[in-house]
Design a protein around this ligand. Structure first.
Ligand code: SUG
Length: 426
């Protein structure tokens, strides 16, 4: 058995658009009403995956969700043609691309029954995301169907908001060894909502059978949420023994760091001071929404958005970081601008699962050859451009539907996923 970190990226769906649906997410508000480019967006995501495969990392995918979500509209007593524009936009959203919000994952080394536990996120705080979980859960149940190795849990009941791995970090000496799991919840966010409820975090930890001694609950700072860090992964990221964080990410920081050092003496905390990079620059550049990964040679790399390179204070700080003798050795800027314009950086686009790839349904695993075939479908089917005003256009809807069906069919998942959809809409 080889236990490695596998990155599951959400393929960017054919309905990707900028409807300005996420209050507290400054990029989403800035882009509201602008044209989006779903084909380019999906190809950018695929190129990011390709780059990570070339770095020697293990890659997998989640499929975009079927849009429009007719079942959800039916539950609301409406249809796409009759829905008010904000409901229509929510039914059309491609927000499942941000796989860091798909689920919270506790690897087998941390859990009492020795299985990897996954809890699908309920995402109840935002209407357009609150109806993601049934299709996400269907995919989790397929990908992780081996019940000897995995336990897949349904959502935490409302009203306790759960945003999945975006508010969860794991620190450990090595991926396959027991770790310390850190659940970051929000209590207040100035004018913006705190999306992760502490009761949801506690429930996930209990359901996953985590050792309370190696489980920490930390409050995200109100200042960070108010500045636009609507998830913890906008201001902090962890990998193996390294925590890379902004100085202002957490409330009660000293007590948190002390508890972490006590549980994991080898931990290295790399803190970026506000005097070097303001919260505003950190959030605009998405410096922390990087994939902090361990390369096959043991060094670590930050796969981060191009916007980090274009923000002078951020890039200066990063160049100093890699010039030193620390664990982070390499900076890998990637172009995910279409996703970034909705507040989703490289780290938002992926869910990390530490597991044996052989235990996972191979239809979800990708190499470059499989990515080539997916890219060809995207290039020939995905809409080139969408303006949110056109979301009711019947030709556009037909193209989005056909794109999804073609992809699902190509991946040989239609037998498993389409009937689930049909049931839901009945
Ligand atoms: O939930 N944006 C997403 C971005 C999620 C980023 N994920 C992480 N940080 N892990 C959100 O706010 C925008 C949709 C719109 O406005 O059309 C959106 O949902």
């Amino acid at each position: 058995m080889s236990i490695v970190e596998i990155n599951f990226d959400g393929l960017i769906g054919p309905s990707h658009n900028y409807a300005g649906l996420s209050i507290g997410n400054l990029a989403s508000a800035r882009s509201a009403g602008a044209p989006s480019y779903p084909r380019a967006a999906a190809l950018q995501g695929i190129e990011k995956m390709r780059g990570n495969i070339r770095l020697g990392l293990k890659q997998a995918i989640f499929l975009p969700h079927r849009r429009p979500d007719l079942g959800w509209l039916a539950q609301l007593g409406t249809t796409l043609a009759h829905a008010e524009p904000h409901i229509r936009a929510a039914a059309m959203s491609a927000s499942s691309m941000w796989a860091a919000n798909a689920a919270t994952v506790s690897p087998a080394a941390d859990t009492v029954d020795g299985r990897t536990h996954l809890t699908v996120a309920n995402l109840v705080t935002m209407a357009h995301r609150s109806h993601e979980w049934p299709q996400t859960l269907a995919q989790l149940r397929l990908a992780f169907c081996d019940t000897q190795m995995f336990a897949v849990h349904g959502p935490i009941p409302p009203p306790f908001g759960d945003e999945g791995a975006a508010n969860h970090m794991r620190l450990t000496e090595r991926h396959d060894l027991p770790g310390v799991e850190i659940f970051v919840y929000g209590q207040a966010g100035g004018n913006f909502p705190a999306r992760q409820h502490v009761e949801a975090s506690k429930a996930v930890a209990r359901r996953h059978g985590l050792d309370p001694v190696r489980t920490l609950f930390v409050q995200q700072s109100e200042e960070a949420i108010a500045a636009g860090a609507f998830h913890n992964d906008v201001v902090a990221v962890a990998n193996e023994r390294v925590l890379f964080t902004h100085e202002l990410a957490f409330e009660g920081k000293a007590a948190f760091y002390a508890a972490l050092r006590d549980r994991l003496p080898c931990v290295e905390i790399i803190e970026v001071p506000a005097s070097a990079v303001s919260l505003e620059d950190a959030i605009r550049s998405y410096l922390f929404n990087a994939q902090l990964v361990t390369l096959p040679d043991g060094g670590m790399a930050l796969v981060l958005p191009m916007e980090a390179r274009e923000t002078p204070a951020v890039w200066t700080w990063l160049e100093q970081l890699v010039a030193g003798n620390g664990p982070i050795r390499r900076l890998v800027p990637v172009n995910v601008r279409q996703s970034m314009a909705n507040g989703g950086g490289p780290a938002c686009l992926r869910l990390r699962v530490v597991a044996d790839p052989a235990a996972i349904d191979p239809r979800f695993l990708v190499d470059e050859v499989r990515l080539d075939a997916i890219a060809a479908i995207v290039a020939s089917h995905w809409p080139e451009r969408i303006v949110p005003d056109e979301l009711a256009d019947t030709r556009l809807i037909a193209q989005i539907e056909q794109s999804w069906l073609t992809l699902v069919d190509h991946l040989q998942l239609s037998g498993d996923l389409v009937p689930i959809e049909a049931d839901k809409t009945a």
